[in-house]
Design a protein around this ligand. Structure first.
Ligand SMILES: [Zn+2]
Length: 72
């Protein structure tokens, strides 16, 4: 199954970043996927197949948005 991610999505990787973070934001799509560590703000590029093997969970961008102003 192909990995489906979009810019703005968050991914949780199986392996913890040395900084202690698990969650990354997708910043760039292409042959390599750009990822920003949400803990230490470090930026990395991973080939798509490699990312696909390492991803444990994809959090779509619309789910990431937590500041909904709909009440009232
Ligand atoms: Zn990090």
């Amino acid at each position: 199954m192909a990995l489906e991610v979009n810019v703005g999505d968050q991914v949780r990787l199986k392996k913890q970043h040395p900084c202690g973070g698990y969650y990354w934001r997708v910043t760039r799509l292409g042959a390599d996927i750009g990822l920003l560590c949400l803990n230490c703000r470090r930026h990395v590029m991973l080939p798509r197949p490699q990312l696909q093997r390492r991803v444990k969970e994809v959090v779509p961008a619309e789910t990431v948005v937590q500041e909904e102003t709909g009440a009232g």
